[in-house]
Design a protein around this ligand. Structure first.
Ligand code: T46
Length: 137
């Protein structure tokens, strides 16, 4: 996998004087079926999250409020992506190391996931992740 397969995806936005509305449908606006939703909030200043890769999980991250950065790493290249709007998000394919930092005060990171929580899907050691990349064709 390489980080160029990870991309910002614009979501539908229904603009309305009463307030805007955005929606997301599985396999239509994002390239996987949603099986789990979780969110990071009350993140203290200077905190870092992530620091792992997933073997098979597809994820889509949205800054529902405030902003934060996601650093993507495929073992060869790195890319920093800033998320700060709720009408687009970042798709992350499997086997990409990710770190989240630079959270603004009051920010909320919502994550849509292709599967249920499964600790055995994680590489939490960067060395183990690099070794797995070398073993894959
Ligand atoms: C990711 C980034 C963006 C659960 O029990 N269920 C869950 O669905 C999740 C996501 C986590 N947990 C437990 C596992 C740990 O004991 O919550 C604890 C904290 O999880 P973690 O350290 O993995 O949290 P983050 O913020 O570093 O990473 C999470 C996701 O795990 C990860 O997939 O991409 O958010």
């Amino acid at each position: 996998m390489n980080i160029d397969l990870c991309a910002i995806i614009d979501l539908p936005k229904i603009s309305d004087p009463r307030g805007n509305l955005t929606f997301i449908e599985s396999n239509r606006h994002i390239p996987f079926e949603i099986r789990r939703v979780y969110y990071l909030y009350d993140v203290p200043g200077g905190a870092e999250r992530g620091g792992h890769a997933h073997k098979t999980l597809h994820q889509f991250l949205i800054a529902m409020s405030g902003s934060f950065d996601v650093v993507l790493d495929d073992g060869r290249n790195k890319k920093r992506v800033h998320l700060n709007r709720s009408y687009y998000g970042l798709y992350i394919c499997p086997m990409i190391w990710r770190e989240l930092d630079n959270f603004s005060s009051g920010s909320v990171c919502m994550v849509l996931s292709s599967n249920f929580y499964n600790e055995s899907d994680y590489y939490r050691s960067y060395e183990e992740y690099l070794a797995a990349l070398e073993m894959s064709p």
